[in-house]
Design a protein around this ligand. Sequence first.
Ligand code: PMP
Length: 464
Amino acid sequence: MSDRLPAVAYRVPQVRALRTALPGPRSVALNARRMAAVAAGVGPSVPIFAADVDGGILVDVDGNSLIDLGSGIAVTGVGGSNAAVAQAIAEQANRFTHTCFMVTPYEGYVRVAEELAALTPGTHEKRSVLVNSGAEAVENAIKVARLATGRAAVVAFDHAYHGRTNLTMALTAKAMPYKAHFGPFAPEIYRMPMSYPFRDEPGITGAQAARRAIIQIEKQIGAGSVAALIVEPIQGEGGFIVPAPGFLPALADWATSNGAVFIADEVQTGFARTGTWFACEAEGVVPDILTLAKGIAGGMPLAAVTGRAELLDAVHAGGLGGTYSGNPVACAAAVATLRTMRELDLPARARMIEATVLPRLRALAHELDVIGDVRGRGAMLALEIVAPGTTEPAPDLTKAIAAEALTQGVVLLTCGTYGNVIRLLPPLVIGPELLDDGISVLEQILRQRSPGGSLRRRSDPVSV
Ligand code: PMP
């Protein structure tokens, strides 16, 4: 990767090696048991059962070593079994696994809150509440914003994903599979147009896209009724959509000027994923509240709402919390994860991943006209797959590419409102050879799957 970056120690050999066809016989047998016992709605996207995960390698139950380009959806930035995190978990579990912070508090929770105050953007006084999942963090951020402002309306954006609970389903944009037939949904949620450079009118700036949303907010809701704007700085499930520069700062400024709370949902983008600790730092945006999860605790279920002290402290005692919220084992994992991220300089590693992968994806996009767009930041990169030479989404081809990658031992995730985005979310500790191998597999599949190896006919639409 770079001689200047601290070395990562691996336990499992970091090489792709297939012993069986994929899925192998043990995974096939486990899948049969899964279907007989686990609700069909959970539907895993990869029919391969994990046995051991380390660095950038996922070993399955048949002894195949696959390259992990998904990190369990942007969670295991420090790797799936980081030694320091595992040790912190074991030590804490040997002392106590639970007391309920609201009954008998413990230092780990306070320590995580202190670390989040120091790490998140802005020098203002901050408070945090810890919870168990990204969706729960979003729920709590909205509760806080409504109580603190005395207003009800919440603005979310096209292509947003904020979770699967009732309130967060209402905030999430995509019907299938997240919302269809699960209503009725929570009221007072308003959806506004996003900045989506690849699909927007050509040339529209971030400030203009923000203006387009703000005019609708003012006309359809009324500025004085808005409790909060919630936005992912780079949209995750919606398709790794990077808004045009200026979009986020203009929305944040409008929120500040109009007494609304600006909530950055950094559940997917947070904790070094995009090359900075938090994605909104790229444009100097200081959110009033951040929702955080995924990368925070090396795979343990932990999430947080971190924000301005006057907002979080507006809530009466007992208004926030939960039995398991801020579990001590998860907090110990978070402290070790954050220390490891600093020691290994994972923001720099994310930038190195971008520097390595993005030029290759761009070069490929010039060659193949099934790649409509290349975008992302740090170790959150994506290809939007289209019918050759058009902007027409090609979800079947996208699915086929991910399925083919899997048979070659590369775990690739897809996403997007139109189901046509291949997203790359490698663990930030992945080594350069393994990353190179994974991207080479993807390149070769894309070349094979492009009709006639089709060369671009369009001028360069590739945005970042
Ligand atoms: N917000 C964002 C931006 C997310 O990406 C996700 C999960 N993909 C969530 C919220 C929900 O998090 P969880 O699945 O932990 O509830």
